[in-house]
Design a protein around this ligand. Structure first.
Ligand code: HEM
Ligand code: HEM
Length: 219
């Protein structure tokens, strides 16, 4: 009977990680649904259209589910498994420079900071989007109807208040949210580029099949 050569400790660790490394279905489904929703609103839907807002609300629901999972999900999906800690992130950078490979059951400390940054940016995008779209009763009217509703509201307000002040207030507030929304979307694109670069870098460096663990095929 052939005897296989003994494995060194690095190989043992890698094999062990490879055997168990996989995110649970909720993490995987929410991850790829968030990706699809962002792609849809960035590339497919018309800015501010009914479809854009529908996708936006779906994105909010998916994010809410993932955040709930951070409280009640399995150990590696919980917030407690990847606290946002700049100190740990610096230690991790030192490990990278020293060529040290630590095994992390959840996101590594640098990845954790990125995850919280992406979630926060999505929060700002969702909040500013909802602020522009208005309450759900008016949110799904098309852009033209919403614009005319907003101008009708401004006319009514003008009757009640000083004309100049009301017009400036209504237009100004909408502009601010638009600016916030657009800036946060652009910052999100930067974070996504860094995130993907980080995944590629970490996959190459640690050989932990980080990407495979997030793919649907792996049970
Ligand atoms: C990550 C997903 C999203 C992306 C990539 C995205 C992208 C954009 C962009 C590029 C604009 C144009 C901004 C401008 O230059 O004026 C826009 C506008 C808008 N977005 Fe989003 N958005 C997203 C999510 C949302 C969400 C969650 C909502 C609300 C539920 C929303 C509601 C709106 C509205 C109402 C406008 C129209 C602004 C106007 O009237 O001109 N968006 N979005
Ligand atoms: C719109 C683009 C993307 C966004 C917003 C995004 C966001 C995120 C977030 C928030 C997480 C944390 C997952 C969780 O704990 O729930 C994550 C993890 C991950 N993402 Fe993405 N992602 C994007 C695109 C991608 C792409 C294109 C890939 C593949 C190349 C990818 C691969 C991964 C992997 C492998 C992880 C797990 C990292 C680890 O093991 O710590 N992501 N992503």
């Amino acid at each position: 009977m052939p005897i296989s050569p003994p494995l060194n400790s690095d190989e043992v660790a890698r094999k062990a990680v490879r055997a168990r490394r996989s995110w649970d279905p909720v993490v995987k489904i929410t991850h790829w649904s968030i990706v699809i929703a962002i792609l849809a609103n960035a590339l497919v839907t018309e800015e501010g259209s009914g479809a854009h807002i529908w996708v936006g609300y779906a994105l909010a629901a998916i994010l809410a589910l993932r955040l709930l999972w951070g409280l009640i999900g399995p150990a590696e999906a919980r917030f407690s498994a990847f606290p946002p800690s700049p100190r740990r992130a610096l230690d991790h950078l030192r490990d990278i420079r020293a060529g040290k490979k630590q095994i992390h059951r959840s996101h590594n400390p640098l990845g954790a900071l990125m995850v919280y940054a992406i979630w926060s940016m999505l929060g700002v995008i969702i909040a500013s989007g909802i602020a522009m779209a208005g309450p759900p009763s008016t949110a799904f009217l098309d852009q033209a109807k919403r614009s005319s509703e907003i101008s009708q509201k401004a006319v009514v307000e003008r009757r009640d208040h000083d004309a100049d002040e009301a017009a400036e207030g209504a237009g100004g507030e909408e502009d601010v949210w638009e600016e916030v929304h657009e800036t946060a979307v652009n910052l999100l694109y930067v974070l996504i580029a860094l995130h993907i670069a980080g995944v590629i870098f970490e996959t190459r460096r640690s050989g932990r099949e980080i990407l495979l663990a997030m793919l649907p095929a792996r049970a």
